[in-house]
Every structure is written in C-alpha cells, then in structure tokens.
Design a protein around this ligand. Structure first.
Ligand SMILES: Cc1cc2nc3c(=O)[nH]c(=O)nc-3n(C[C@H](O)[C@H](O)[C@H](O)COP(=O)(O)O)c2cc1C
Length: 194
C-alpha cells in the first residue's frame, strides 16, 4: 500500500543546472536551476523555470538567451552558492572566482570551469504560475575534451554531474552503471518467447 505524500514537486533524478545570463549592463550572472530538462529532440530544446523575482528571469527576458552549465561534483559548493545569492546584489562570478566566457552564438556567458555548457536562444516563454518556463533551442554544446570518451561522446563518469534530492534538500553524485540503454530491455521479449 503506497502512502500519499501530497502534491509535491519531486521527481528523481532532479538535475542541478547553472543558468548563465547577462544583465542589461552586460554583467554576467549564474543561478542554480533544478526545475528543468530536455523537452524536444528536433529542434533540440531544453526548458528551465524561474520565478519572476530572480535576476535570471529578468536577464533571460532582456537578452532572449541563456546557457545551461553542468557542474561537476567538485563544484557542488559553487553550484549551491549560485542558488543562494542573487545577481541583483553581487557579481557571483567574482564571489566564487569562476570564469564567465561570452558565448559566440548566443547573448549569454558560460562557466569555463564546468565540464560542459548548452548555448540556448529563447524559443518560447510559458507562464505557468509561480514559475515561468523558458524553452531554449540548443544551438551548440561546448565541452571540455577531458570529459569526452574516445568516440567523442560525453562520458557521464568523467562529467560527474550532481543530482538534487528536493525533498531531503541534498546533493548526490552518480550511482553505479546499470546497463546499456535502448537495449537491456530487449531481453524481456526474448525471455517471453523462450
Ligand atoms: C539546487 C537549487 C536549485 C534551484 N532551482 C531553481 C529553479 O529551478 N528555479 C528558480 O526560480 N529558482 C531556483 N533556485 C533558487 C535560485 O537559484 C535562487 O533564487 C538564486 O538566488 C537566483 O539567482 P539570481 O537572482 O541571480 O537569478 C534553486 C536553488 C538551488 C540551491
């Protein structure tokens, strides 16, 4: 018998994104975002959702662009800080010592020290309620060579992404490898025809 937990905003896994934007004066900003994920394959799109009170909300509306940066485990403190402080009060790149790189494709900065970043132009803005969802078209991904596998794909074990547990308010690292995707399930139909 399952227990009802109420209408809560919990899914697992929940990502830890760091969204990079420029303000109207060109100052770079970075903010933590957990309410997001890939939302379309063609065109390639990703969604994030921000409260209007955030500096990032204003920056995305102003600049029509953002980056999504994936922090690795070693930057868990900085990623959390990006979710605690506001660009309205300080330059978080200066406070954390991390480096903003201006994207050549979109009007937004990405974080040099994080293993990879998605460069997005704003495609749709959806008013939901407390949060406004921004859907960005991914124009390119910039990745450090150190996180690429021999075949050029992003190696999740080298990226070491951070997982967020909203209910327990905690961060976790990557778990064990479970098997090949779009493949391991085939053994079920093979079993049923035995
Ligand atoms: C792990 C984590 C995830 C967060 N996810 C979101 C989110 O998805 N949307 C949002 O509006 N705020 C989110 N926040 C809070 C913002 O990051 C926080 O309000 C931040 O100060 C906003 O920065 P800004 O004012 O510079 O944009 C999150 C905070 C943390 C620590």
């Amino acid at each position: 018998m399952k227990k009802s937990l109420g209408a809560k905003t919990i899914v697992y896994p929940t990502p830890v994104f760091v969204v990079g934007t420029f303000d109207k004066l060109g100052q770079p900003n970075a903010a933590a975002a957990a309410w997001g994920g890939i939302c379309c394959s063609r065109p390639p799109c990703v969604a994030v959702a921000f409260r209007k009170a955030t500096y990032t909300y204003k920056n995305i509306v102003e600049r029509q662009a953002f980056t999504i940066n994936i922090p690795s485990e070693e930057y868990v403190k900085e990623a959390d800080y990006f979710g605690l402080a506001s660009g309205a009060n300080e330059n978080k790149f200066v406070t954390t010592g991390l480096t903003p790189i201006k994207s050549e494709l979109v009007d937004a900065p990405y974080v040099a020290e994080f293993p990879f970043a998605l460069e997005c132009r704003l495609l749709h803005t959806i008013e939901i309620g407390l949060h406004t969802q921004f859907i960005g078209e991914i124009l390119d991904i910039k990745a450090d060579e150190s996180v690429l596998a021999e075949d050029g794909t992003l190696d999740i074990r080298r990226v070491k992404p951070i997982m967020f547990a909203p209910d327990g308010r905690a961060y976790y690292g990557l778990g064990a490898y479970l098997g090949p995707a779009v493949s391991i399930g085939k053994s079920i139909s093979e079993r049923s025809t035995d």
